[in-house]
Design a protein around this ligand. Structure first.
Ligand code: ZN
Length: 78
């Protein structure tokens, strides 16, 4: 067994307002439905909507195929 690594980038995922194209921002709290829904407010027009995720959030996307680590990429415990 061997660990393989893949270089990745972090994307910030935003939710765009349907009405004006502004960005939705979490305003705190949650509706304890199943699944929970999180209230957001458009930073441009002020419309409030609830979503399954808290925006913005970060998504890790790999940008190369898994490969053997080199140098400092190696697990120091191995
Ligand atoms: Zn808006």
């Amino acid at each position: 067994m061997a660990e393989l690594v893949a270089e990745s980038k972090i994307l910030q995922v935003n939710m765009q307002c349907d009405k004006c194209g502004g960005l939705m921002k979490y305003i705190g709290g949650a509706l304890m439905s199943d699944p929970p829904l999180y209230p957001h407010k458009c930073q441009n027009c002020g419309v409030v909507e609830r979503f399954r995720y808290i925006y913005p959030y970060q998504r890790l996307v790999t940008i190369e195929n898994p490969r053997e680590p080199v140098g400092a990429e190696r697990n120091p415990d191995e």
